[in-house]
Write a protein that binds this ligand. Structure first.
Ligand code: PLP
Length: 481
């Protein structure tokens, strides 16, 4: 400890090396042996932490020791190759390095002027992603649109909803509050963030219509049209639709083209949420997921789910950036500067809810430059192939059934023995620590979900997962083989 209490540069150098070694050892070795889902009880971690904060600083060795002894048991290992739960939040070494550099630079990029490179790299990398995923050209910053990094898909949906609200009310809602009966739409399978956004934006959760889905859990455009007509007939003002490409429960893909046609006809803002599945479009053969996206006003996907970029990083695009900026811009005196007033720069604070922002583009840039399009395609194909292999095993086993189509890397399946058996199966598997998977309910039935998207998941991990599932199923219900 130096006299001025700071960590001196040589100590930093040493500890940084130690920490990098720790991370490599964790990801390459330790994570394989630790229970994937943390096994601690509520309150257990806090009970091991000292009641009082340190009055004198601790040596770094002691801090790192506590990471091992106290925190690690309370970590659910999202980076484990046996993690098949939820949707992934995969990371990679280039992303970690980008994150480290971002912390080292310590930039707060609210304005172009507060770090021009932070803004310009972000704009550039998001334009790259338009090309990498073959997204519609209207999302490029070189036209009327553009992309911005949000912390999460939830924030992207909220910003889209706010921009749509202002467009629908001629910029009156920001000033006076929402004074007309606006109505928004999403499918019954849309992510809960849409409902949350409707509450926050003052639309009211009751004014979000959850539209019926078809047999594949995708939104039915005919039901959307009928609901819009009914709302109009009742004097309401439809203004916003959120379509999902890859729903959280079952990876259903809403028919964006048909929904978009309807939105155009009716003058509604269309936002498309492709949080996890959007990454699949890096491969031309999976670009069917974006059919009709040229009709969308806004779009988002999360590189922090399936694009090897550690949390948090959501790529959010608008076709008409002016409508977003008008909804979110406020310019107090203390933020005025010549660059902003010249109109020649982007100030990303006007594209998001918070003022301040991290230099997230760095980690994404590191990832894209390290893997290249080819590397990303390789891993996305690998993940989809592994999930499809798993799907064929489920189909071939009489005891199990698929509960939804599996277009990409998520397989929804269940034991035919009923909800209790499936619940028990999941609980035993997760308690074993060997793998981690989560559930949903589809058509009223408890369903298991297995999503392949972890950076280090190989065929051996999916093989063992299936083997464990079958073995535990036999233990629970020996009669059914
Ligand atoms: N939308 C979909 C389809 C999701 O699956 C998820 C999360 O899994 C979200 C939105 C929310 O993502 P975030 O955590 O980035 O807000």
């Amino acid at each position: 400890m130096s006299e001025d209490y700071h960590m001196d540069p040589e100590a930093f150098r040493r500890h940084a090396h130690e920490l990098i070694d720790w991370i490599i050892d964790y990801l390459e070795r330790r994570v394989d042996d630790l229970p994937v889902r943390s096994q601690v009880e509520p309150g257990e971690i806090r009970s091991r932490l000292p009641e009082d904060p340190p009055s004198k600083g601790d040596p770094f060795e002691a801090i790192l020791r506590d990471v091992d002894d106290i925190l690690l048991p309370g970590i659910t290992h999202w980076q484990s190759p046996d993690f098949f739960a939820y949707f992934p939040a995969n990371a990679s070494y280039p992303a970690i390095l980008g994150e480290m550099l971002s912390a080292g630079l310590g930039v707060q990029g609210m304005l172009w002027a507060t770090s021009p490179a932070c803004t310009e790299l972000e704009t550039h990398v998001l334009d790259w992603l338009v090309r990498i995923l073959d997204l519609p050209g209207r999302f490029l910053s070189t036209g009327t649109g553009g992309g911005v990094i949000q912390d999460s898909a939830s924030s992207a949906t909220l910003c889209a909803l706010l921009a749509a609200r202002e467009r629908a009310t001629d910029l009156e809602s920001n000033r006076r509050g929402v004074d007309r009966p606006l109505v928004a739409y999403a499918s019954s399978q849309a992510h809960s963030s849409v409902e949350k956004a409707a509450g926050i934006a003052g639309i009211g959760k009751e004014n979000l219509r959850l539209v019926d889905v078809d047999g594949s859990f995708a939104m039915r455009p005919d039901r959307l049209a009928a609901q819009i007509a009914e709302d109009r007939a009742n004097g309401r003002v439809p203004f916003f639709v959120c379509a999902t490409v890859g729903t959280t429960s079952s990876n259903a893909i809403d028919p964006v083209k048909e929904i978009g046609g309807l939105c155009r006809q009716e003058g509604l803002w269309l936002h498309v949420d492709a949080a996890m599945s959007g990454t699949a479009a890096v491969c031309p053969e999976y670009r069917f997921i974006h059919r009709g996206l040229e009709l969308a006003d806004s779009y988002c996907f999360n590189p922090h789910k399936w694009m090897f970029t550690n949390f948090d990083c959501d790529a959010f695009y608008v076709a008409d950036r002016a409508s977003l900026i008008r909804a979110l811009s406020i310019l107090p005196e203390y933020l005025r500067n010549r660059a902003t007033e010249s109109g020649a720069v982007i100030d990303y604070r006007d594209w998001q809810v918070p003022l301040g922002r991290r230099f997230r583009a760095l980690k994404l840039w590191f990832v894209l430059r390290h893997y290249g399009i080819e590397g990303l395609q390789h891993h996305v194909r690998r993940h989809v192939d592994l999930a499809q292999q798993f799907r064929t095993w489920v189909e071939a086993d009489d005891r199990f059934e698929l509960t939804a189509p599996a277009p990409l890397n998520l397989v929804c399946f269940r034991h035919r023995g009923g909800d209790d058996i499936n619940r028990e199966l999941m609980e035993r598997l997760n308690a074993s620590g060997d793998l981690y998977l989560t559930h949903t309910v589809l058509d009223g039935a408890f369903t298991l979900r297995l999503c392949v998207g972890q950076t280090r998941t190989e065929s051996t991990h999916v093989d063992s997962a299936w083997e464990r599932i079958r073995t535990v199923a036999t233990e629970i219900d020996p009669g059914m083989r």
